[in-house]
Design a protein around this ligand. Structure first.
Ligand code: NAD
Ligand code: TDX
Length: 350
């Protein structure tokens, strides 16, 4: 029975990962450590919250006493570090919070894992520290080419700089201490439980409330979209079968211009939900500072070595996603009240 310490498990990808793992494996235990920032929501985990193999701990990944205690109380085998400040626009407003959680938080987890796993001059068997990274650390592509694992790191936003720093700290613990680590770097995820500050849920939420759909710059920036469950599967495969010390890029050759995404969402909602939702809602706004033009992942390594591939096509995934948000309007209303409203009004001056 393996015990996973999942950090940030009340956020978007973390909650999908916990649900995916508990649904697929009966012989694992999951400890979810989350400080419940604006992005963390325990309602995401309703369907598994009473599972005997699930345990929630409310706390910060920077809390050295607490994290050491978790390692003592539970025989942690795997750390899967999702906990992060994850939104680029917020990092432009407040870079420091990103360094505190993403860099110092990761460092604290590494130190606690080392303390628990490195005993009498050797590493205990069967341990793994997995860092959930992002393709944004590679910077921005021109019209051609893809990010491979050997692409130089060239982050542009405070968010991606903090994620690059945390990846490098994890790598340093492998290079210096031979800590058993792996890193995945994934492209843009979409699916259930994503906080509606990110493009796809923001579009759905605004459209159904007949609010403007803000498009940064010319709308021609490209992102490589991956359905969240495919990402969860990739992480599981890398933890269990990936080579220690290695980085794996995760993405699905699913590139779309932002404006194409907006039009697809409008088209579906107009046809299936409310025919007053039209392209008139599209509003071009000032571009994001340092806005990366294009991300595109080359996933050959994870495909060739581990047999992973994205199972959900964008055409199917986007419909599944829109339907989920329509069915869970209350989740959206709850999560967007209070702090989010203030943030949204500040960002878009509405
Ligand atoms: P999210 O913002 O939805 O969730 C982050 C979670 O971390 C929240 O539950 C929050 O409460 C928790 N958290 C934040 N600070 C914490 C702290 N100091 N201690 C404990 N918990 C804390 O993020 P997400 O979109 O689910 O992303 C998860 C991870 O995946 C992040 O590391 C992100 O960089 C990475 N990633 C995200 C994407 C994407 O498209 N969303 C793509 C690639 C990589
Ligand atoms: O209102 C918007 N209008 C708009 O045009 C928002 C929120 C975004 N955009 C654009 C900016 C990007 O080009 O859409 C694209 C996607 O934006 P986000 O959803 O903010 O994602 P991105 O900045 O690409 O980063 C995401 O993918 C990589 C996640 O937020 C990161 O956590 C992850 O590492």
């Amino acid at each position: 029975m393996k015990t996973y310490l999942v950090t940030g498990g009340a956020g978007f990808i973390g909650s999908n990962f916990i649900i995916y793992m508990l649904k697929n494996f009966k012989d694992i235990k999951i400890i979810n450590l989350d400080s419940l920032t604006y992005a963390g929501n325990l309602n995401n985990l309703k369907e598994i919250e009473s599972d005997v193999n699930y345990h929630f701990v409310h706390g910060d990944i920077r809390d050295n006493f607490l994290v050491n205690k978790i390692f003592e109380d539970f025989k942690v085998d795997y750390v899967v570090n999702f906990a992060a400040e994850s939104h680029v626009d917020r990092s432009i407003e407040d870079p420091e919070t990103f360094v505190k959680t993403n860099v110092l938080g990761t460092l604290n987890l590494l130190n606690c894992a080392k303390k628990a796993w490195y005993v009498d001059g050797k590493w205990k068997e069967g341990k793994r520290f997995h860092q959930v990274g992002t393709d944004e650390v590679y910077g921005s592509l021109g019209e051609t080419g893809y990010f491979t694992e050997s692409t130089s790191l060239d982050p542009h936003s405070p968010y991606s700089a903090s994620k690059a720093s945390s990846d490098l700290m994890v790598k340093a613990y492998f290079d210096t201490f031979q800590m058993p680590i792996t890193i995945t770097r994934c492209s843009n995820n979409y699916g259930p439980f994503q906080f509606p500050e990110k493009l796809i849920p923001l579009l759905i939420n605004n459209a159904i409330n007949h609010k403007a759909l803000p498009i940064y710059g010319d709308g021609l920036n490209v992102r490589d979209w991956l359905y969240v469950e495919d990402h969860c599967k990739a992480i599981d495969m890398v933890i269990n079968n990936g080579t220690i010390g290695e980085v794996y890029n995760v993405g699905g050759h699913n590139e779309r211009k932002n404006i194409e995404i907006v039009k697809e969402v409008i088209e579906y909602l107009n046809r299936e939900y409310d025919n007053t939702i039209t392209e008139e809602l599209i509003t071009y706004v000032e571009d994001r500072k340092g806005h990366d033009r294009r991300y595109g992942i080359d996933p050959s390594k994870i495909k060739d070595e581990l047999g992973w591939y994205p199972e959900t096509s964008f055409e199917k995934g986007i419909i599944k996603t829109i339907k989920w948000y329509l069915k869970n309007k209350q989740w959206m209303e709850e999560i967007t009240s209070g702090e989010y409203e203030n943030y949204y009004n500040k960002m878009y001056n509405k």
